[in-house]
Design a protein around this ligand. Structure first.
Ligand code: 6PG
Length: 253
């Protein structure tokens, strides 16, 4: 186990596992444990899924035993941390990836799935509409909803969800979701904002691959300029975060 620098905050844990298979297993255990705790204590488990490709391995692991049977899926409510502004059938849709790898295989009821209507025009209306969806499901929220679990990824530029470097979205302190351009020049995005992610009970970063080792090392070791990397702004105030890394992503620690 790699030692964290002593100054790491108590609610920040890094765990290194050999490869993507081990990463999916470790994340599935975390998901199941958080689900059991939330359902036992609050009768439901609210989770924000991540986009990109890394979560596929976790999704597929959750559809197999023991998690398929162990988790009370009818009490799990699915949200998204971010979405591309494309139709839900588009190959770049985070929703489509989750539907294919997790929701359909587990036969999750539509009533438990809260998709970002990201193809809605204009994008800022899509963001406002998603905030309304969240408000309906977190009607007891004072300022921000308290999700039980958020899965997050990190890009090689240090972005997370669709919070990109130097983006105005990083400064959003009031809205629950905003629309933002993506630096790759592709479709715009809808993303939850820092206040929502930072109100979450448990944030788990799922990181695989050498191309992430730079931003991972910079953030974990708080190297010069790490605050410019948006993933460093994920700091659950009354929660905890776990960075699950495979050895290639952790190779610079
Ligand atoms: C997205 C994601 C994004 C993703 C990272 C890592 O919509 O693309 O939310 O933040 O988590 O880019 O993506 P990979 O898992 O594909 O490396």
């Amino acid at each position: 186990m790699k030692r964290l620098p002593d100054k790491a905050p108590p609610n920040f844990e890094v765990r290194v596992v050999p490869d993507l298979t081990a990463l999916a297993e470790a994340a599935a255990k975390e998901f199941a444990s958080a689900a059991r705790d939330a359902i036992d204590n609050r009768g439901r488990f609210t989770v924000a899924l991540a986009g990109g490709s890394t979560p596929r391995a976790l999704h597929q692991r959750l559809t197999r035993q023991p998690y398929r049977k162990e988790i009370d899926w009818k009490r799990v409510l699915f949200f998204w941390g971010d979405e591309r502004c494309v139709p839900p059938t588009h190959e770049r849709s985070n929703y489509r990836m989750a539907r294919e790898t997790l929701l359909d295989p587990l036969k999750i009821a539509d009533a438990n799935v809260f998709r970002m209507d990201a193809e809605r025009e204009p994008p800022r209306a899509a963001a406002a509409a998603y905030e309304a969806v969240l408000r309906a499901q977190f009607s007891d929220a004072k300022r921000f909803p308290r999700l039980d679990f958020a899965l997050m990824g990190i890009g090689s530029d240090g972005h997370t969800a669709s919070l990109f470097p130097a983006s105005p979205a990083l400064a959003e302190k009031r809205k629950w979701a905003v629309s933002t351009p993506a630096p790759d020049g592709k479709e715009r995005r809808i993303t939850l904002t820092y206040p929502v992610f930072n109100a979450t009970r448990r944030v788990v970063f799922l990181v695989s691959g050498q191309d992430k080792s730079g931003p991972v090392s910079k953030i974990v070791k708080k190297e010069r300029g790490y605050r410019k990397l948006p993933a460093s702004g994920i700091q659950p105030l009354r929660g905890s975060q776990l960075w699950l890394l495979d050895e290639s992503a952790a190779s610079k620690l």
